[in-house]
Design a protein around this ligand. Sequence first.
Ligand SMILES: Cc1cc2nc3c(=O)[nH]c(=O)nc-3n(C[C@H](O)[C@H](O)[C@H](O)COP(=O)(O)O)c2cc1C
Length: 357
Amino acid sequence: MNRIGEALTLTLFGASHDSRIGCIIDGIPPGFPVNEDLITADLALRKPSEGIGTQRVETDIPEISGVVNGTTTGSPVVITFSNSNTRSSDYEQLRRVPRPGHADYPAVCKYGSAHDIRGGGMFSGRMTTPLVAAGALLRDLIGSAGISVGSYVTRIGSVIDTNTYDPADVLTRSRINPLRAMSSDIESRMRTEILTAKSEGDSVGGIVRCFAAGLPAGLGEPFFDTLDGEISKAVFAIPGVKAIGFGEGFAAAGLRGSGNNDAYRFQGDSVVTLTNHAGGVLGGMASGGVLDFSVAFKPTPSIAKQQMSVDLVIRENVDLSVKGRHDPCIANRGAIVVEAMTVFTLADLALRGGFLV
Ligand SMILES: Cc1cc2nc3c(=O)[nH]c(=O)nc-3n(C[C@H](O)[C@H](O)[C@H](O)COP(=O)(O)O)c2cc1C
């Protein structure tokens, strides 16, 4: 389905080459101030960066309804964007010769000839534009409960940032460069990695690390609507996401309890942990520490390099070199989308748990 959330719902509509795409957010309390500058700033972080992204660039000026004199009215908020920079002819052939790694083949099996193949249809990264706008709009809502969300790129292909950063630092510093790297040196090495893959007609994957600070301990709705479960569901909706791990993630399997447990201490009146191997979530609820999780993006499936595919009409094996305008890496653009889905999920859980009034 195209809707997510419970107390707060987000409905996504449109497709890559439709005249419009957008989202409907229902459940925002009336009188909530909407900061359009925040939306513009987050949308800028989703844009392809010069030299390393798709040449499809849209103006992306959001049209927002359900907001009067800068505040929500209590009716659903609708955010739309027009699509104008489209080249649908690049895609028609993919209906019969599906791209390996993209959604073409299962989508044609599921929707038949009705499948909108133009620009990848509803499976396009373009669909994340309204998601980013929704997340940006809701930042101040969770901000009113003291919660903030930020992310940075820890890995592009073989370039790995092994440094440790203060989450507060990530919240501000990672926004200064288009690759969402934490330093210009790492950014430059990541850029070279992407350009090398691109020059070979190929693509690279990457990892985004996301932090959310200020979560009230207990946030999350066990048994099934856990904090980590709800975030995972929302993040897995992002095209290209292949894995998520909280705190130590998969590495926890190789630790002993004594190395993985986060010991408690009093700091004044507050209970704190000395480490955060759990990534800020225990029993599906916020532990009171910083929520810390990493998300793996696969390499962009549409590549110019020749690959094996099939022609579904003449039923023969064929080779395919994907034409059109594609990102050689998704992870850097995906970071702000991870933040957006996290902001949305935290807002929904905070409303459900009575942490926001
Ligand atoms: C911001 C963003 C941009 C993307 N750009 C492209 C692209 O240019 N070309 C492409 O083939 N896939 C791109 N993708 C990924 C595909 O949409 C995705 O791989 C595809 O829908 C298949 O879904 P899956 O990878 O989740 O299985 C992008 C994803 C995001 C989040």
